[in-house]
Each structure stands twice: as C-alpha cells, then as structure tokens.
Design a protein around this ligand. Structure first.
Ligand SMILES: [Zn+2]
Length: 601
C-alpha cells in the first residue's frame, strides 16, 4: 500500500517537472517559401531553453482525418543539426520518419528541406494530395504537420511558425499571427490542426450566427473566385446549423480552396478550417457545383464527429505511430450521410435527386471487395490492402446508415432517427471526453434498439448482403437491384474492381472468356498503356471511346505470369442497376415515415 502511494507520488512529480519543462521550451520555425527553384520548403528550427531530453527528431507518419500513412520522413532532405556556436552535430536517419541526434542537449538549431509531396515520385504508399503539401511559383498549400519535425517529449511545448513568402502573396489560415509575425501554438497537435494556403488568392467572407467565415481560393487560371462560390459554403453552413440544431461550435472558420487543372477532388477537416483540393472547372457544371456544397457540408459536419465525438485513439492521436479506430463508419460514414441528407431536408435536393445519389453510391461500392467489411477497412486503413478498400467508406457505409436511420424512425414511430442519436452523442462526448473504442457499438445499440445492434454486427462488422429493398420500402421507396431496359449496348464484357489496391477483372462474359480473359486477372496494360490507379484518367478515357467490334490488346497478370489477350468490344443487353423509385401508391404508414425521413424532425 505504501509502495503504491510512493510510486504514485513519484510519477506525479516526474509529470510535473516534464510538463513544466515542456512549457518553458520553445520551438521556433522559420519557413522559406520563396526563391525555391526545386519546389522545396526550407525550414530552420531554433530551439530555446530545451536542453533536449530526447534524441529522436520525428516527422509524422499520419495525421488526424487522413486515415492514411503519409510518412513525411520520405520527403525530408538535407537535415542538419547545429549547436549554439553553429557547429554541426552528427545526425543519423534511423527510421523512415526519425533522425537520431548525437548530442541532443547541445542542439540549438535544425535545418531541413521538405519536398513537394504532389510532385514527388512516390511509387509506394501513395497518399491523397489534399493531405500533403505543395509549393509552386505562385502558391503553396501546406498542411502544417507535413513540414514540421518535432521531439516526442515536447509535443506539449510552445511552437512558433514564421513563413517567408513573396510580397505579392496573401495568406489564408484560421491561425492567428502575433505582432512579431509568428503563428503561435501551445502543442504540436494544435499546430497540426492549422493548415495554410499562400499565393495569388481571392477572398470572400460572410457572417452566420455571428460566426465569421472566410473563404480563400487559389485558382490556377483565375477561373474560380471566392466570391463566386461563397453561396455554396453559406448554404453548407446553414444546412449544418439546422441539422445539428445549434450554432456551429467555432468562433471563426476558414475554407481553403486550391483549384487546379487536374482531376483530383479531396477535402480535409480541421477544428477551425477545412482544405479543398478540386479541379478548376466551370461552375455551370451542376455536379461540380453541388459537390463543392456537399463537400463543405461534409467537412463542417466533422465538427460533430470526429472533432467532437470520437474514440480515445483519435482524441490522443499518435502522429508517429497511429492506432486505427474501428469507428470510421461514424466519423466518415455519418459525415458523408449527413452532408447529403441535410441537403434533402433543407430542400436543396429533392427526393429523386437524393435517391439517384444512393444508386450511384451502390454502383461505386461494387468496385470494391464486397467481402471486406466496413470495420475491416477502418482497422486496416494504415495498411496497403486497407487503403485499397478505404473509399468504400463513402459509399457502402452511407447506404447502411440510411437504413439505420429508417429503422430507428420506424421503431420510434417517427419520433427519432439517426440524426437525433448523433446529436445525443454530441452532447454526451467532447473533444476531451472521448468514447471508449472497444464498447462504442454497445453504447450505440443501447441508445437505439437491439435490432440496430444486430444490423451493425451483420453489415458494418461483417459483410452480409444488406436488406435494402425491405428497409427502404418502409419509407415508400422501391429498390430494384437490376433490370433489363430492352436496349442493347456496347460492352467490354467484364467489370473492373479494386479488391486489394490492384485493378482486377470480374464478371467476365462467356465471349470474353473465349478470347482468353478470366475472372480475377490483374489489369496490367491496355493497348500498351500501363493501367495503374494513379493514371486512371489516361486509360479509362481511351476505353470510353472504343467502338462496336473494335479490337484492343490487354495485358493481364495471372499466377505471376503476364498474359497478352486480344479482345473485342461486344454488344449486350442493357441492364440498369440499383434503382430507387418512389412507390406509386404508398400506404399511410409509408407516407408518414417518408415525411419524417425527408425532414429534420
Ligand atoms: Zn471526411
């Protein structure tokens, strides 16, 4: 008993000393963004009062909200450490993201360069551009965790960043600058929570519920101005505020948009801002226009989860060695579900438009492995196979969540749905009050119905075939898996899917089997164009313009051998898939539930 108390006291005093020391230590980074012909960011870190207790200089392996391995150490070059007199201290790269400093107590300065992650030729562990950083002649998009190295004992120390950039550039960020030109943070996590956009930016702002919102846009050819998309962000804020039934939990908020001539679209959430990487397209393109709005709605909903409602794995995020949380269905799934259904419920989308989106999600989800569960893809998101399945979180999960919503509405007789449960969770948990990773499914089941627990078990944790038809019928919507239209269409005679990060072939028709293809052949090339995931646009475009009976040559990999297969375009019956239609004569119960489902209660 006595021993225990003594140990406790010891631990407590050690903790105090460390906490005190960390708060006295200061890490000041000067970041050079100009005169960089090689697109590298040059960083000079000055360390004050540290007399460092740990000798490992660390770069992040991942960051909150990315659910991917980033391994920034791969992009760090020319790292050098100096003592107070400017003498070099020996350093050694000991792991992908770690440099060992030989005399940590003497270190006063560390210099390193960070390569542009968009340009770098990364063959393995490719990660989403919006999670990385880019520096070009006229702009830079910087997720701060990409460029800042740190000592893990000092994650709670003071961090100061100063950026040096061309005079004509402006800065978009939610971080506050002090009178000496430094952005100040009181922990590495807070620093990592603040992205920056620099360059020739347009700016627009609005106030909603007394919260100032600012939009900064870099548009490669000045085709998209902040003022032109302001209304879309405003609508996303309005829809979210109505959906969560209260003022959004921020005192200011910043949208950072990088629009360029590419076919990439991706977004990332932060506590007071969000990053949007998008193609520079004409806003008259309705799909593009709607995407900006729903993407913003998705990012804003992240203020509920995972920024507020989250497991301890996310709350105490380990940047060096991230621990995967199984509850991606909640963080990414509900954000995706909410961003669409809030647009239906505030009248921006009508029901047929919403149903069309569900159909599209089911069609896309078929490209992924139907035997790979949502739980599995969450738990394995930091692995190669998990990454290959990751995107299904935005497709299959949304259908499952719509079904959970309908089940809860049905069983509560229209008094409560998924939205109400999430809002209760939002009140129960908080940034510093995470839920327990291990028992969250049972918490969620207790808050709803045992049937919901069974559903989570069958369709989130496992991969049974979802009873879509039966559940959507409750809200007067008829679901048909597939039906022939009576027309004939051109077909390649197989489907592509991505079971484990590799592009494979399935549903090969008898005609194509005769030509030499087999199910599960791996796609290698199409008419001598290599068929990889990162050059999809190049070869899929060529596929799309094939003519009736046109011949082409595929190379596929089967049992580790490359096989050349001459193929021909064939004609098949046209089949419509995943059709959601409103019932012509819904009964009173269906009408009532549809009313509850399509409105915010
Ligand atoms: Zn998200």
């Amino acid at each position: 008993m006595m021993n225990k108390i003594l140990i406790l006291i010891c631990c407590f005093s050690v903790f105090c000393i460390r906490a005190q020391k960390n708060s006295m230590s200061q890490f000041k980074y000067d970041i050079e963004l100009k005169d960089n012909p090689d697109d590298v960011v040059k960083v000079r870190l000055k360390i004050k009062n540290a007399s460092l207790s740990n000798d490992i200089f660390q770069f992040v392996s991942s960051a909150p909200g990315t659910y991917q391995i980033i391994d920034m150490g791969r992009f760090i070059k020319n790292l050098k450490a100096y003592d107070g007199k400017g003498k070099i201290i020996a350093t050694e790269k000991i792991a992908t993201n770690q440099w060992k400093i030989s005399k940590p107590k003497k270190v006063a300065e560390i210099y390193y360069e960070v390569a542009d992650t968009w340009d770098a030729d990364v063959k393995e562990q490719y990660f989403y551009s919006f999670a990385g950083m880019t520096l070009e002649k006229d702009h830079a998009l910087i997720n701060s965790y990409c460029i800042i190295g740190y000592f893990s004992d000092y994650e709670k120390a003071d961090y100061k960043l100063s950026f040096h950039y061309p005079k004509e550039w402006s800065v978009g960020t939610s971080a506050k600058i002090n009178e000496n030109g430094y952005y100040e943070f009181n922990s590495f996590a807070q620093l990592a929570d603040s992205p920056f956009l620099f360059g020739r930016l347009s700016k627009a702002s609005f106030i909603y519920d007394e919260i100032p919102y600012t939009i900064y846009v870099y548009s490669q050819n000045d085709e998209i101005a902040a003022g032109n998309i302001k209304g879309l962000f405003e609508n996303a804020v309005r829809a979210n505020t109505k959906f969560i039934k209260k003022r959004l939990p921020v005192d200011h908020y910043t949208f950072l948009v990088d629009a360029e001539k590419f076919n990439i679209r991706g977004t990332l959430e932060y506590s007071n801002s969000s990053v949007y990487v998008m193609p520079e397209k004409d806003l008259s393109d309705t799909e593009f226009h709607d995407n900006i709005m729903t993407d913003a709605a998705h990012e804003l909903f992240h203020l509920v989860t995972p920024i507020n409602v989250r497991s301890e794995y996310i709350s105490n995020f380990n940047f060096a060695s991230p621990k995967a949380s199984e509850h991606l269905w909640l963080y990414e799934g509900t954000a995706e579900w909410a961003s669409d259904i809030m647009m239906l419920r505030n009248g921006t989308f009508n029901l047929p438009r919403y149903l069309e989106q569900l159909s599209e999600k089911l069609t896309i989800s078929e490209k992924f492995d139907s035997k790979y569960s949502i739980s599995q893809l969450a738990l394995n998101c930091y692995t190669e196979t998990g990454r290959g399945q990751y995107e299904n979180i935005y497709h299959r999960t949304v259908i499952a969540l719509d079904m959970i919503d309908i089940m809860i509405l049905d069983m509560s007789d229209g008094k409560r749905g998924l939205r109400e449960v999430i809002l209760e969770l939002n009140n129960m948990y908080g940034k510093d009050k995470p839920f327990e990773e291990k028992n969250f499914f049972s918490v969620f089941t207790k808050m709803t119905y045992p049937e919901v627990g069974v559903f989570l078990d069958k369709y989130i944790k496992n991969t049974e075939v979802m009873p879509i038809e039966k559940i959507f019928e409750k809200v007067g919507v008829k679901y048909t898996k597939e039906r022939k239209t009576g027309d004939q269409v051109l077909s390649v005679g197989y489907e592509l899917f991505i079971p484990d990060g590799k592009i494979k072939i399935r549903y090969v028709t008898p005609e194509l089997k005769k030509m030499g293809l087999e199910d599960y052949d791996e796609f290698v090339s199409f008419n001598d164009i290599e068929t990889r995931l990162d050059n999809q646009a190049e070869w899929l475009g060529k596929f799309a313009i094939l003519k009736p009976n046109e011949s082409y040559v595929l190379k596929v990999k089967r049992d580790e051998k490359i096989i050349t297969v001459p193929c021909k375009v064939i004609t098949v019956d046209q089949v419509e898939k995943h059709i959601f239609e409103m019932l012509e004569n819904p009964n009173e119960r269906q009408k009532k539930l549809q009313e509850c489902w399509t409105k915010n209660l």
